[in-house]
Design a protein around this ligand. Sequence first.
Ligand SMILES: *Cc1c(COP(=O)(O)O)cnc(C)c1O
Length: 471
Amino acid sequence: MVGQDKSEWFRKIPAVDRLLSSPSILDAASQYPRNLLLKAIHHVLDQIREQIKTGDGLEDPSLLSLEHVSQKVLGTVERLNRPSLRQVINATGIVVHTNLGRSILAERVLERFRSIAGGYSNLEYDLDRGERGSRYIHVESILREISSAEAAIVVNNNAAAVLVALDTLAKGREVVVSRGQLVEIGGSFRIPEVMRKSGARMVEVGTTNKTHLRDYEAAIGPDTALFLKVHKSNYHVIGFTEDVDTVELVNMGRKYGIPVVEDLGSGCFVDFSKFGLIKEPTVQEVLAEGVDLVTFSGDKLLGGPQAGVILGKKHLVEAIRANQLTRALRIDKLTLLALEETLSMYRDEQVAIREIHTLNMILVSPESLKAKARRLARMIGKVEHRGFALTVAGGESKVGGGALPLLVLPTSLVCLTPGELSAHTLEEKLRGYDPPIIVRIEKDQVLLDVRTVQENELKIVAQAIRTLSQL
Ligand SMILES: *Cc1c(COP(=O)(O)O)cnc(C)c1O
């Protein structure tokens, strides 16, 4: 538009009324609230005026045609109308991906949502006695059954579980913790800070790499409320290291009357070492070692909804139940139903492994991942675009979510060399797709790890790649 009269361009901008009565907008108008449509029109018109002013991105007068501007308005109103929280396809291979919602719920859980969420329920109503009941009983007995704990209670998430446990059992007193376990988890959960918030005083013992039983013993004083163990969820200390054995710590706690509390992080009921993976102590094993109270997340390796599970000695759990803070951190009914249904599957480990996606995505065999990657490659088919190449290759997936940090799982990847596009551009386009597809980039290649792509999503991914790689 160099050398042209800008006012000429401004005159060409379609008026709001013309846009509102343009065929394509009239056609779509009933789908959207009128206010939103108007908002989109003003948004697009503002953008065009800005482009004319700066001379940026408006080379052709046809871009001001009624039809073209209407299409832009439709694109904008569609975007404005879209919910903020959306489904995405996880092609990163990270099973418990905190940014992508951690665990996906089993079919059996989803089936129960309609009736419980869309109707009234006995959430806090005792159907036998016809009077007020407790919301916690819906998960307490199943938790006790599968863990053998004396008592159980659940709160909003594991951060809340740790906070309320410390607030109840150690406020104004001392908590002894090893320097090797002062964890920070993503989303700014840091042990020293949670400790401060709870009003407990942290007494650090040992060093980063080595803590001995005698270090704990030397820290005991009249104000010692408990020993806290924290799972090293997202890091590992290797080399010249030593940690105190749980049974030894429990025995010393008994001798001095000091309870041992363990933040297990993930909290897993299935022994992965049976399947050739890393040994991670299960919740049952930790409780059997005599730990007085454990806390863990509902949506990490357990594979359920966001929740914080607290299991252990009856008098400790009862004290937590009576704390006002527990009321403030209480779990919602949708979470409860999802947690109850997820936990019930652990009655039969084979059912749990088959039905709970987090477990089956971790335990799926490398052979079936290879077959899945090849299937995806076939569905994508031949992409007729210069320089575009597709291969299936071996790779590694991580569990993620601050769980099993040392575990790398062999997987199969569909690797895309995007030709004229850069890998970053293709990644961005996949992220902008509907539904968004989240991938990894490595060495100018876009990698799709099929471990976390669900069966019914393969078709969508294939279609997206066929479409986007031509652009
Ligand atoms: C993940 C984790 C937490 C926080 O759990 P949320 O359920 O995310 O609140 C706390 N402690 C440890 C050791 C963890 O791994």
